[in-house]
Write a protein that binds this ligand. Sequence first.
Ligand code: PMP
Length: 395
Amino acid sequence: MTPRFAARMDRVQPNAIGELLALGADPGIISFGGGYPDPTLFPAAALEAVFSEVIRAPGGLSMQYAPSDGLPRLKEQVAALMTADGTPCGADDVLILQGSQQGLDFAAKMMVDPGDVIVTEDPTFLGARIAFDPCEPAYAAIPMDAEGMRMDVLAEVLARTPRAKMIYTVPEFQNPTGVTLSLARRKRLIEMANAHDLVVLEDTPYRQIRFEGDHLPTLKSLDTQGRVIHLGSFSKVLVPGLRVGWAVASPALLHKMKLLKLAADTQTSTLNMAAASLFLDRHDLSAHIDLLRAAYRRKKDVMLDAIRRHFPQDVAVTDPEGGLFTWASFPEGFDATAFMRDVALPKARVAYVPGGSFFPVTERPNHARFNYSAQSEARIEAGIAALGAALKAQM
Ligand code: PMP
């Protein structure tokens, strides 16, 4: 048959990055492409023990269906983590999700009619656009500087964008740039969301992985009108394979998200929720996060130091205060996609993510995202050296 797809499926397309990154999966290639945590730091023994304990729960409880909004104990634990982090909330304010990615999908389904405008950072997380696109939004992309999304530009854009509905932001160590939204701008963003009656979607998977600098309040903690949907995740601080994340939002928003959760998948895996919950009871998550922060900080330093020594001088990179990524800006005219296809992969045997597809409105080809968490320090040095030699030969 020739399927008569719904109109929204026009926006559901593969992107060229996926194909390029598939090539990077070759074990002979040093990949800085994926956003993977370091698998050698996964707490595998602890998880093995909690899973085996969980599966023996009386009455097969952890193998049974569970409430759609999540296991009550886990919701309490998440609320306690949020409260300790300066965002006071209770278990009733929490919806357990299958990763924070599911919250991106729900937020768009809940708020966005075709043609409504989602305001994003420019560049923004590609996975968010993949989640939003089926709702057929238009995008307004706001340029960033060292303090994050530029509020002067946001003010101008909102003044002439009556269909703006939602602002999406990754306030800490943004994917892809590594940049953090300053405190002054957080306050300004909330003021503007209030003035224009917008929902703010705050996506924080990297928040706990801070190497240095001030601990900043969440947008949710600055929200006095119940318009921030806060998304959190265990993917980067525990393991992504659990697929456990959460939303914290006002009752009106959370109620609709719970209905979407029921429609999407009934509930997050009981086994995985129970394992996450027991892990939090039996182990010190914040001690584990300290370990990750120290390891990723070292890897970030190794990568930036190698870039300074090996890359041409006119390549600028961000120095993130946390998270998993640095963002490289090459001189105008450099095409990071073509360079990856023609030189980096076949000759230097190194992969990164060409930056073009992170820009929702106007692609800019002279950028690339580099992940430093997945590779060993030795492979970071070797990969950056090989790439630097190739860049110097080319540029
Ligand atoms: N938001 C951002 C900014 C991300 O980088 C990611 C994962 N790379 C996600 C959301 C989704 O994470 P998860 O669904 O694993 O919680």
